[in-house]
Each structure stands twice: as C-alpha cells, then as structure tokens.
Ligand binder design. Structure first.
Ligand code: ZN
Length: 274
C-alpha cells in the first residue's frame, strides 16, 4: 500500500469514528488532562486479547473508573460460543462504551502454519464476524495469534483490505519502545503482561519510557487471585498499573492512545509527516 492509499484508509477510520462519536478513539478525559496529553510525546496503548468474560467483568470497570479505555481483540469464533468468553452483546456494549474492537482472527490459529488462502480467511472472516456484531472496526490492525508472524504472512495480509498493520507479542525483555525508524508497522512488538513477572518491573518500564516512544501492553485473562498460569493477571495488580498510567497521563508525562491510532501515528512518523 502506498502512502496516499494508507492516508486515505486512515482518514476513513477517523471519519467513521467521528460519526459515531469522539469517545470511540479517544478516552474521555478532563480538559486539564487533554492539555497535558497534547504535550506528551510518549504514547501508551492498552490491549486486551481473546475476548475473555473476565476482561468485561473485572478489567473494564477498573479502566472506566480511571477514564481509560483499551483496544479489545476478540477471537470471533469463540464469542458467544465457548464458555469463559464474551457474547456478541458484550462486544457491542464495549464498542458503545468507547472501546475499539479489532481483529484477532476467527480461530486463533498460528498464521505462520497456514496457506495464503487460510491466512486471508482467518482475518477476513473475523472482520465479517465483527460486522455481524455491529462492529465496523476494520480496516485497522490485526493482532497475530500467539504473536506468530513472518515476512510471508505479512505479504499475504498486505494484499487484503482488512488490515493496515499488525501486532505481535513478547516479554519485557523484547524491544518494545518504537523510536524513530525503529519499527515495522506490520510487525509491532507488544509486551504481554504476565503474572510471573513482578508488577514493579512493568511500573518501572512505564516510568522509564523515553520521549517519542510507543509502549503497547497486552493482557489476557484477568482473575481475582491465584492465577492458574502466567497469562492470567490479578485484578489488584492490574489496578496498580492502571493507576500509574492514569497518573502519568494526568501529569502530562504520556498520552494513552488506541492501537489503530498507534499504527497510524507510527506510519505518519516514519513517512516524516509527524
Ligand atoms: Zn490471543
């Protein structure tokens, strides 16, 4: 996709949001916060993957009470089908509450193991499923299941109308701050927040974000206590991280943006437009 096409696409995303309401893309903030955010050069993105019910019941109230939203990446084939996952009505509720919904494929298969036709089907079918739930979130960004991606998968997706960028996942040790020219919008690194890593380490990573960096955080299942595996994260620990994010947003240290805005911003910056 050339620059003109991308900007046209990006304009379409923003235009659609403007019709629905500014809350879709930008978390609601006080005017004082907006002043601070306008000055912040650090950008932080909050993602929740897979569409677990615990995200709606536990994480969403914690986000809303702090004036935050997150980009939600449901596995559409599990929505309203598998126990422990949200229903279509939940996804619509989140959209109406200002949480952008994006593509995480229909079946959560590792895309690097699929043929071209199946890669495109996984992404386009998820987009169609979202449309059937009333979500017109595409074109936008796809979160690769398991973070699995390679140049072949990227080439397949570049030809689709559904996706303008992609996101993998890694740990805190992976490079996660996107400084000028140090990123590929088709393979953005995100930090998967795990319960086997100390919350202090995440707090410190956020506090130490360099200027002009973008930090993408991803959560999976949320629990009240005793996480069964590293992908489950305890609500009280999540609240500590959200408190810090909200405080740093209010002080003007960072700006909280959604995943589509991050892809759009990084692309514009790489093209020297920002
Ligand atoms: Zn996933």
């Amino acid at each position: 996709m050339n620059r003109r096409d991308f900007l046209k696409t990006a304009g379409g995303v923003l235009g659609a949001a403007a019709v629905i309401g500014p809350g879709l893309l930008v978390p609601k903030k006080s005017s004082a916060t907006q002043t601070g955010a306008a000055q912040a050069t650090r950008r932080l993105v909050i993602n929740f993957d897979d569409g677990y019910s615990s995200q709606l019941t536990l994480a969403v109230p914690a986000l809303i009470s702090r004036g935050l939203t997150a980009t939600i990446f449901p596995v559409t084939g599990r929505i309203g089908v598998e126990p422990g996952y949200m229903a279509p009505a939940d996804i619509r509720y989140l959209k109406d509450a200002g949480f952008p919904i994006q593509n995480h494929t229909r079946n959560h298969s590792s895309l690097i193991k699929l043929t071209k036709a199946k890669v495109i089907a996984e992404v386009s079918n998820a987009a169609i499923d979202l449309q059937s739930m009333g979500i017109m979130a595409v074109p936008g960004v796809v979160a690769y299941p398991f973070g699995d991606v390679n140049p072949t998968v990227i080439k397949y997706l570049q030809g689709t109308k559904w996706v303008v960028g992609g996101r993998g996942i890694g740990g805190l040790g992976a490079p996660y701050n996107f400084l000028p020219d140090d990123f590929d919008r088709w393979n953005l690194n995100a930090v998967s927040v795990h319960s086997d890593t100390s919350t202090t380490d995440y707090l410190s990573a956020i506090q130490n974000m360099p200027e002009n960096s973008v930090l993408i955080l991803v959560w999976h299942e949320i629990c009240l206590a005793s996480p069964p595996d590293e992908y489950s994260f305890v609500l009280d620990e999540l609240k500590k991280i959200l408190d810090l994010i909200a405080n740093l947003r209010d002080s003007g240290f960072l700006n909280v943006i959604n995943m589509v805005q991050a892809v759009e911003y990084l692309y514009r910056r790489q093209m020297g437009l920002q």
